[in-house]
Design a protein around this ligand. Structure first.
Ligand SMILES: NC(=O)c1ccc[n+]([C@@H]2O[C@H](COP(=O)([O-])OP(=O)(O)OC[C@H]3O[C@@H](n4cnc5c(N)ncnc54)[C@H](OP(=O)(O)O)[C@@H]3O)[C@@H](O)[C@H]2O)c1
Length: 376
């Protein structure tokens, strides 16, 4: 910290935003009408905390982290862990505002330690609106965590995002792809010493593992479905052009997440200093991710993971792991896929051949840029 203080003075003064009525007005625009009172009171807290600390010696300002899908499971546990540390203000980017607010309260997150903002990753317009609203809030952006996901293992037919893309890839990959690309500019402007962009991956997209070999296996093929628009009409709803399979669509989207992280690293790490990372947080068998699975699976999956595979991780523990990737000074390496061993110690894991295929990552990036409207 002492070293950081001497080389990065602008990140060490108290917050620029949130001062007086001007800051409150900006924040209000981000939060929308009905909850203004509650949050207006809340945003003063970080400022007071830093000022108090400044009386002694210089301290790093609170970091600002945006976490998508922070209304449950891993995202909520991470938000709680970071908010409780007092070092982070958490922007919970969620599609269901009330659910997120209830979840934050039920988790015991202190008023003022978080802000809830609307983001529906199934709509590219919503992604753009979120980015505009975030910018109007006047907050800096230090870390972005692309965490939200849906998993539709029992779906017989594809459903589609507002923009007409198969839902799992649309939400898990394309929505995040646009969000991360747009917010990269904001992260470039941040004066925070360690800026990070994290995209949550999964073991299920990695066919070099036992879990990754449970059928249907992930596989992007020659990307013909993605290139064709993933719309189920003029092209297949699956990235590889095959028949729709909800479980495979999720796994394919996770490969895209891990490829995207590496492509971000190759394109932007050297130029920006931002660290790009992905992770497998462990099998958090109790989260809402499995909500669409058959009831018997939901009943048996947690004990199976706890007692047979011993891969089970509690939501709290997984939240601590992701919080580590956000803020631990020893996890700053870029282009890394983090995992944890049975003693919960982090290590750099190997991705499968496909999930580390640089040529495929480039192709996925270029097609995705077109699909989300970043290029023609
Ligand atoms: N659970 C595991 O074992 C496991 C293992 C490896 C990786 N992961 C990864 O961990 C991450 C979090 O999953 P989880 O297990 O915590 O599941 P979860 O509890 O279901 O959380 C998923 C979150 O994503 C949000 N979400 C879904 N669709 C959205 C949309 N269209 N727009 C915005 N947000 C949306 C959900 O919002 P609502 O609350 O509104 O539904 C929820 O907050 C995912 O990336 C998943 O792939 C999980």
């Amino acid at each position: 910290m002492a070293l950081q203080a001497s080389i990065l003075p602008s990140a060490l003064s108290h917050r620029k935003e949130g001062k007086g009525s001007n800051g409150v007005l900006k924040e209000s625009a981000f939060l929308g009408g009905s909850v203004l009172g509650h949050h207006m009171a809340g945003i003063q807290l970080p400022v007071l905390r830093c000022q108090a600390s400044l009386q002694g010696k210089k301290v790093l300002r609170q970091g600002v982290v945006v976490i998508t899908g922070a209304s449950s499971g891993l995202g909520l546990a991470t938000a709680k862990s970071l908010a409780e540390s007092g070092k982070w203000h958490v922007v919970m980017a969620c599609r269901d505002f009330l659910k997120a607010e209830k979840a934050a309260k039920a988790a015991g997150m202190a008023k003022g330690s978080y802000t809830i903002a609307h983001l529906d990753l199934a709509s590219l317009d919503s992604v753009r609106q979120f980015v505009d609203a975030f910018r109007r809030s006047g907050r800096p952006l230090d870390v972005l965590v692309c965490n939200a996901a849906i998993y539709r293992p029992t779906a017989r037919k594809p459903t589609y995002t507002a923009d007409g893309y198969e839902m799992s890839v649309g939400v898990n990959h394309l929505g995040h792809f646009l969000l991360a690309n747009l917010l990269l500019d904001d992260m470039k402007q941040s004066d925070y010493p360690s800026r990070r962009l994290i995209i949550v991956g999964s073991i299920t997209g990695n066919t070099n593992t036992l879990a990754g070999n449970v059928p249907p296996k992930a596989g992007l093929g020659d990307l013909r479905g993605l290139a064709g628009g993933l719309d189920g009409r003029s092209s297949s709803a699956m990235i590889d052009g095959g028949e729709f399979d909800g479980a495979k669509a999720y796994k394919d989207s996770k490969i895209c997440n891990m490829l995207t992280m590496q492509e971000f690293h190759r394109r932007f790490h050297e130029e920006t200093g931002i660290a790009f990372a992905s992770l497998y947080p462990g099998c958090i068998a109790t989260t809402g991710l499995f909500r669409e699975h058959v009831p018997l699976f939901r009943l048996l999956f947690p004990p199976f993971q706890k007692f047979i595979t011993k891969g089970f991780v509690s939501e709290e523990e997984s939240g601590k792991r992701l919080a580590q990737v956000v803020s631990d000074p020893s996890l700053t390496k870029s282009g890394v896929y983090w995992s944890w061993n049975k003693d919960s110690a982090s290590f750099e894991n190997q991705l499968s051949e496909e999930a580390s295929d640089a040529a495929k990552a480039k192709k996925v990036w270029e097609i995705s840029e077109k699909l989300v409207g970043l290029t023609d």
